[in-house]
Design a protein around this ligand. Sequence first.
Ligand code: HEC
Length: 168
Amino acid sequence: MRIERDFHATRRGPVWALAFSPDGSVIWAGGLDSVVYGWPIELLDRFEPTMGTPHSFLKDPGSMSNGERQFMRKCSICHALEAGDSRKAGPNLNGVFGRLAGTVPGYRYSDTLDGSDIIWGEETIDALFDLGPDNYIPGSKMPMQQIAAPADRRDLIEFLRVATGNGN
Ligand code: HEC
């Protein structure tokens, strides 16, 4: 494999989802924005996406704590924090502290988390992103990502403890 073209497929942040249109003529890309970007392959050379102002539903990153910023950038696209139904790709994290892995009702987990004996809390969430999901819970559906700095993991966990509602 080799890189054909390098360009900004979304306005900001990582690309979390890629797909070809059914006829193969367009690449769709999704990331932190609440839109899907479509890039006609034939015209890729001519495009330079305009980098506009971010959507207002996201707070200004400068006004967030480091932990909240970690969550917004690295987790919020896939995980909800408030109780109730969520249509995001990952299970709802509401009440995750002290919860047995793989037990959000109605969520279809991988075989790795379904029946796992991990209990989510400070140490296990820290290990999950210190080692990365593919090492800590191999076979999981959660994409590979590590958070290298211990302080970033600590801040993220402190944010989650409050934002998921039942930390202790
Ligand atoms: C691209 C989507 C995606 C991103 C980004 C993501 N996750 Fe996940 N996460 C998932 C999926 C999918 C699962 C279910 C995995 C499985 O079934 O194997 C999951 C599972 C989990 C679980 C286990 C929940 C349970 O009920 O057992 C925790 C905890 C978790 N994620 C935390 C996080 C945190 C914290 C971040 C940000 C640092 C994050 N995730 C980023 C998709 C994602």
